[in-house]
Design a protein around this ligand. Structure first.
Ligand code: NAP
Ligand code: ZN
Length: 346
């Protein structure tokens, strides 16, 4: 099936309309008519070549919500007409220790990314800036009825990427959690950590978005451009989730952790980060990373969001605004996720 899409033709080039081929619906496949696709900073890193060479043309998009249009003969979980979602991953081996443990994103044989990935049949995957996609049913999530479909799209990456480390490091009542960077991931981290019962602090470059941060669920908001922030908050946090897409001063943020606290990086800048191990030693602190989340946990996160009435704060755009949206994300001028209305592609 030939479908309309927006693709980056080469590294650093603006995205442009094109058509791509979607595979026939196999026995365990689901054909999804895409309604909304979120714009993640990872899409921008990928098409700008920050993370190395890519199989251009690349159709980005791994925050997909749509409606099931067709299912293969073996599919029992999803039916035509169901509202479903697809995140960053469309396949994995299903057999290694990590897949069996529900950590498909760390598949020992390589998870298959939703775009710019090599699928298990050898084809190159293409993402959600498109009208339709065919995905193995095991990687298709159910979007609960209570969620607005446009606001649910960013949950498939920004939501699970922050939910997973918040759960792993025990965000909840009595825990002080800081979120660095109030963008797509950061604003979801604030909402989710607050819903889990943690005391949330936003650490943003400036105080420009303070009112929003407090409305989203933070109790405290500080500007990292103000050196006083780092003296005032020294030793304060149990967990810091760093969502910044650029390098940070790791030692400065580690100094904000309490004894046994953890700084977890979900932000994925191209450049290596360095730290002084004394920042860890002098407080038994940990520095960690986390990548999206497994399929079962992604469903758990969607159900949690439905239960707590959580969606992303979004600006819905027509597909021909994608390149402007990229510029605005790069300028930290996103409030707080752009979502493409794929009806504008038809
Ligand atoms: P985003 O919407 O651009 O948010 C990033 C935020 O970081 C900005 O809004 C800004 O917040 C802050 N920031 C940007 N540049 C900065 C700089 N030079 N110095 C200090 N702060 C800066 O991006 P996103 O979509 O949330 O993605 C964030 C990062 O996470 C990206 O690197 C992305 O690739 C990565 N990511 C990782 C995973 C994973 O599985 N680990 C999944 C998805 C995305 P303020 O204006 O509040 O300072
Ligand atoms: Zn993403």
């Amino acid at each position: 099936m030939r479908v309309t899409a927006y693709a980056a033709p080469a590294a650093g080039q603006p995205l442009a309309p094109t058509t791509i081929e979607r595979r026939d619906v196999g026995p365990n496949d689901v054909l999804i008519a895409i309604e909304f696709a979120g714009v993640c900073h990872s899409d921008i890193h990928t098409v700008n070549g920050d993370w190395g060479p890519q199989p251009f043309p690349v159709v980005p998009g791994h925050e997909i919500v749509g409606v099931v249009a067709e299912v293969g003969s073996d599919v029992t979980e999803h039916q035509v007409g169901d509202r479903v979602g697809v995140g960053c991953m469309v396949n994995s081996c299903g057999e290694c220790a990590n897949c069996r443990n529900g950590d498909e994103q760390y598949c020992l044989n390589g998870m298959v990314g939703t775009y710019a990935g090599t699928d298990r049949d050898g084809s190159t995957t293409q993402g959600g800036y498109s009208t339709h996609v065919v995905v193995d049913a095991d990687y298709v999530l159910s979007v609960p009825a209570g969620l607005d479909p446009a606001a649910a799209a960013p949950l498939l990456c920004a939501g699970i990427t922050t939910y997973s480390p918040l759960r792993r490091w025990g965000a909840g009542p009595g825990k002080r959690v800081a979120v660095v960077g109030l963008g797509g991931l950061g604003h979801m981290a604030v909402k989710l950590a607050a819903a889990m019962g943690a005391e949330v602090t936003v650490l943003s470059q400036s105080l420009k978005k303070q009112e929003d941060g407090l409305r989203l669920g933070a109790t405290h908001y500080h500007a990292t451009s103000d050196p006083d922030t780092f003296t005032q908050l020294a030793g304060r946090f149990d967990l810091i989730v760093n969502t910044v897409s650029a390098p940070i001063d790791v030692d400065a943020y580690l100094s904000l952790l309490a004894v046994d606290g953890t700084l977890v990086n979900v932000g994925a800048p191209a450049e290596p980060l360095s730290l002084n191990v004394m920042s860890l030693i002098g407080g038994r602190r940990s520095y960690a990373g986390s990548m999206i989340g497994g399929i079962a946990q992604t469903q758990e996160m969607l159900d949690f969001c439905a239960e707590h009435g959580i969606g992303a704060e979004i600006e819905v755009i027509a597909a021909d605004r994608i390149n402007d949206a990229y510029e605005r994300v790069l300028a930290s001028d996103v409030r707080y996720r752009f979502v493409i209305d794929t009806a504008t592609l038809r």
